[in-house]
Design a protein around this ligand. Structure first.
Ligand code: ATP
Length: 337
């Protein structure tokens, strides 16, 4: 294990502080790989490089796997998001985001058992980056949905449902309005469903899905959706179970995997030592499961559940006063108990 090499992008904003804390907790749990530091986000921009430098992408190609802290995307012209660049370059086509109720954590849905996973297609849709301005008063973006893109995300999603022993998968779309793009997405979904007769497959229109999620979220098991709907719906789901500070994510491709929190770089609280490292820590738990380190993954997630369930040592986003470090200390103490 000592010579396992994993890429580590600390990122910017709160990235460096939560990354350091997560590495400290992983080490306390007995996971000490060789972390290969890789640059992206503001530190790269400051050196005149793109937000996701080619050398970082190449390093992940060689390592195969990375843990990534948040990187801010400057709004407006000339900046390609580091995340979008990475997903495209490594063809990380599946973005997997679990949302699970944390027992005893206070919140709007504290008495509701939410245990759902969003599988978001990560490379197509309006994120294809095809935007142009044919006239000074008209700006256009092109939504791209391809049949091979649909097939591989559905294959991945149905296989994931099967492997995890889940029961149901729901396609989220707007095919009543976008009859060709979302229509193709839906058509391919049901074609794939035919190959998995033991899994319940159904679909829901995205606006109704949002309404159902904030009224009866417990009804959902796995949601599979396009890139833009997935972005929005997964933030909504993060909010259902305690907020962005707790929501982990995995970007999976055929050859590479990059694990990162759903949240951004939170510049409003950066450098204060008060950010919640849980989302990145739970992303690291997904990484551990991906490489077969299930025991360590379970012991870390149990420690997190214990600390959050006790409710005594929590960061500001969850209504507490603990610093990032104090929270990390509590998780490390819970590892041993
Ligand atoms: P981006 O455009 O980079 O995705 P965003 O605009 O979605 O960023 P975030 O950076 O995710 O925004 O932050 C949204 C809000 O949630 C901010 O007020 C931020 O402080 C808070 N937040 C996000 N992550 C955390 C965290 N780990 N701990 C505490 N608060 C957080």
């Amino acid at each position: 294990m000592a010579n396992r090499r994993i890429g580590m992008i600390s990122g910017d904003g709160i990235g460096p502080e939560i990354s350091a804390e997560v590495r400290r907790i992983l080490s306390a749990a007995g996971f000490d790989p060789e972390w290969v530091e890789l640059e992206a986000g503001q530190p790269a921009l400051d050196r005149g490089l793109p937000a996701m430098p080619e050398e970082t992408i190449q390093a992940i190609r060689e390592l195969g796997i990375a843990l990534k802290g948040p990187t801010a995307t400057p709004i407006g012209k000339g900046h390609v998001s580091a995340n979008v660049a990475l997903r495209k370059a490594l063809d990380l086509f599946a973005n997997v985001r679990p949302s699970i109720t944390i027992p005893n954590l206070k919140g709007h849905f504290e008495d509701t058992k939410i245990d759902l996973i969003i599988v978001r297609e990560n490379t197509e849709d309006l994120y294809a980056g095809i935007e142009f301005q044919p006239h000074k008063d008209i700006a256009q973006a092109i939504k791209v949905i391809t049949r091979p893109g649909c097939k591989r995300i559905f294959k991945y999603a149905f296989e994931m449902v099967k492997a995890q022993g889940r029961k149901r998968i729901t396609a989220v779309h707007k095919a009543n309005i976008m009859k060709l793009t979302d229509g193709m997405f839906l058509e391919e979904f049901y074609l794939m469903a035919n190959e998995y007769p033991d899994i319940i497959a159904d679909d829901i229109i995205v606006d109704n899905c949002c309404m159902q999620l904030v009224t009866r979220p417990e009804q959902f098991d796995v949601l599979v959706t396009e890139n833009l709907y997935g972005d929005i719906v997964s933030d909504l789901c993060a909010g259902l179970v305690g907020g962005l500070g707790l929501a982990p994510g995995a970007n999976i491709g055929e050859h590479y995997a990059v694990f990162e929190a759903v949240h951004g770089s939170a510049p409003d609280i950066a450098g204060k030592g008060i950010a919640n490292p849980t989302a990145l820590l739970l992303s690291a738990v997904l990484l551990l499961r991906h490489i077969g380190e299930h025991e360590k993954a379970t012991s870390i997630s149990n420690a997190v559940l214990k600390v959050l369930g006790d409710g005594k040592i929590m960061t500001g986003d969850l209504g507490g006063t603990a610093t990032t470090r104090e929270y990390g200390d509590a998780v490390i103490a819970a590892l041993a108990s």
